[in-house]
Design a binder for this molecule. Structure first.
Ligand SMILES: [Zn+2]
Length: 413
C-alpha cells in the first residue's frame, strides 16, 4: 500500500521531523519506505494523502473498554460515589453486555485515531475478541479485584488468564491487580511473580485520590509507591495508572524502578480529584509518561485527541506556566510514551522498519485551517478532535478510509 503525497507527515523520529509532500510505502505490517515520489509498484493500493496530516496512531495507555456502555450512567459525582454507582451497574451487566461494550469501545477508539489500547478489565476476553474482530492492536490486561470475585486467590491467576496461544496477532495479554486496596500483599507478590515468569506486562491503579493515599498510609504504614517498592512490585514492565498524589520520595522510587505512568487527566478532573498529577516533577526525573482516557464511564469518551488537549491545558493551569508542558511533549506521551508503556517500541513513530500503525487528519475540516508545517503539532494537540480522523491503518491494514470503516478490513497491497 502507498500513502501518496502526504501533505504533512509527523514522523516522531528522534529529531521530531515533520515532512511535507512525501509518500509512505507499507509492505506487510511495516513501513518499508518514506520518500518523495516513490515509484508505483504494480497495482498496489494508493491512499491519497494530499489533504492529510499523517501521524503515528495514538496509544491509549489506560482504559476499560468493557465499561463503554456505562457512558453517562453516573456524572457530576466524586470518585467514591461515582464508583458505587458504576459498580452497581457493572454487576447488572452480563458477559454479552461487556462484549458489546468492548466492541463499541474498540470502534470508537479506532474512529478517533487510536490504534492501540492498554485495556484493564476482569473479562479481557471481551476486548481480545473485539480488537481481533475489528483489527485493533491491544494489550489486554486481566484485572484482579479480590473483594469483587469470590474465591479469587493468588493460586488462580494462571487459570484466569486468557489463553495466550489463541490470541489474534495484534493482541497481547498482561496482568493487572486492580489496586493496593483491591488486593492484598500475597496477591500482589504472586501477580508480580506470574508476570515475571511469563514475561507479561503489568498495570495497577495507584494514588488516584488523596483518600486512597491516606488509607494506604493508615493501613500499611507506607505511602502507595513506597509499599509497591517494598514488596518488589515495581519494574520497567509496570504501568502505574493515575499517580496523582505522590511525594518526591515516591517519584524517586518510580524513576529508579523504570516503571511508566499512565496519566488520565480528564477522568481525574471529572471525578474532582482536587489536584493535578506532578507531571513536571515526573519529566524532570525522566519517568516515562503515557496518556490514557480511563473508561467512558468517567471520561466520557475514548478520544485521545481530547485527552491530549485537556492534559496540556491542565498543567498550564495547575503550574501557572504557559510552557509547563508543550504540545510536542503531550503528543510524545500519546505516541512514543504509549509505545514505551506497553513495551512495543516499534510503535509510536513513523520510520522505515517500524510497524504501520497510522492515523490521518482531514485538512479540509474547518477547525484545522489554516495549516503550516510549524503549526501541525499545535493543531494535533490544541485544535483537532477525534472526528477529524480520516484514515486509520493498524498493522498495515486499512481499517478506516475517508472517515468510514472499511468493510472486511481490506488490505491495500
Ligand atoms: Zn482505570
Amino acid at each position: 500500500m502507498l500513502l501518496s503525497n502526504a501533505r504533512f507527515l509527523v514522523t516522531q523520529d528522534a529529531q521530531r521531523t515533520v515532512l511535507e509532500d512525501v509518500d509512505v510505502r507499507i509492505e506487510g505490517s511495516r513501513i518499508a519506505r518514506i520518500g518523495r515520489a516513490l515509484p508505483r509498484i504494480g497495482d498496489e493500493g494508493i491512499l491519497d494523502c494530499s489533504q492529510r496530516i499523517v501521524l503515528p496512531g495514538l496509544v491509549n495507555a489506560h482504559t476499560h473498554l468493557g465499561m463503554t456502555s456505562l457512558r453517562g450512567a453516573s456524572d457530576d459525582k466524586e470518585l467514591a460515589s461515582w464508583l458505587a454507582d458504576v459498580q452497581r451497574a457493572e454487576h447488572a451487566m452480563s458477559a454479552d453486555d461487556v462484549r458489546a461494550s468492548a466492541y463499541l469501545g474498540v470502534a470508537e477508539a479506532l474512529r478517533t485515531g487510536t490504534t492501540c489500547v492498554a485495556d484493564q478489565y476482569y473479562l479481557p476476553e471481551a476486548t481480545i475478541e473485539a480488537a481481533g474482530a475489528l483489527g485493533m492492536r491491544a494489550l489486554a490486561l486481566r484485572d484482579f479485584f479480590t473483594a469483587h470475585e469470590p474465591g479469587l486467590d493468588a493460586k488462580r491467576i494462571g487459570q484466569l488468564m486468557p489463553d495466550a496461544a489463541a490470541l489474534p496477532p495484534t493482541v497481547r495479554v498482561g496482568v493487572a491487580p486492580h489496586s493496593i486496596y483491591g488486593t492484598d500483599e500475597g496477591f500482589l507478590r504472586a501477580a508480580r511473580a506470574y508476570a515475571s515468569a511469563h514475561r507479561l506486562r503489568m498495570m495497577i491503579h495507584v494514588a488516584e485520590t488523596r483518600a486512597e493515599r491516606a488509607e494506604c498510609k493508615r493501613r500499611l504504614g507506607m505511602l502507595p509507591v513506597e509499599y509497591l517498592a517494598r514488596i518488589g512490585f515495581l519494574g520497567p514492565d509496570v504501568v502505574l495508572a493515575h499517580c496523582n498524589w505522590l511525594t518526591k520520595g515516591e517519584l524517586d522510587l518510580v524513576a529508579r524502578s523504570g516503571a511508566c505512568v499512565a496519566h488520565c487527566a480528564q477522568s481525574n478532573m471529572k471525578l474532582a480529584g482536587g489536584s493535578a498529577m506532578p507531571l513536571r516533577e515526573m519529566l524532570e526525573r525522566e519517568i516515562p509518561v503515557a496518556l490514557g482516557t480511563d473508561s467512558a464511564a468517567s471520561n466520557n469518551a475514548l478520544d485521545m485527541f481530547r485527552e491530549m488537549h485537556v492534559a496540556a491545558l491542565l498543567h498550564k493551569h495547575h503550574y501557572w506556566m504557559g510552557d509547563a508542558v508543550s504540545a510536542q511533549q503531550v503528543f510524545d506521551m500519546a505516541t512514543l510514551g504509549g509505545a514505551r508503556a506497553i513495551g512495543m517500541e516499534d510503535l509510536g513513530s513513523l520510520e522505515e522498519g517500524k510497524l504501520a500503525d497510522i492515523a490521518t487528519l482531514d485538512l479540509t475540516d474547518l477547525n484545522l485551517m489554516p495549516v503550516a508545517r510549524e503549526r501541525v503539532v499545535s493543531h494535533i494537540v490544541y485544535a483537532a478532535n477525534g472526528m477529524n480522523v480520516a484514515d486509520v491503518i493498524v498493522d498495515g491494514r486499512l481499517l478506516l478510509r475517508g472517515k468510514r470503516f472499511v468493510e472486511d478490513a481490506e488490505v491495500l497491497s
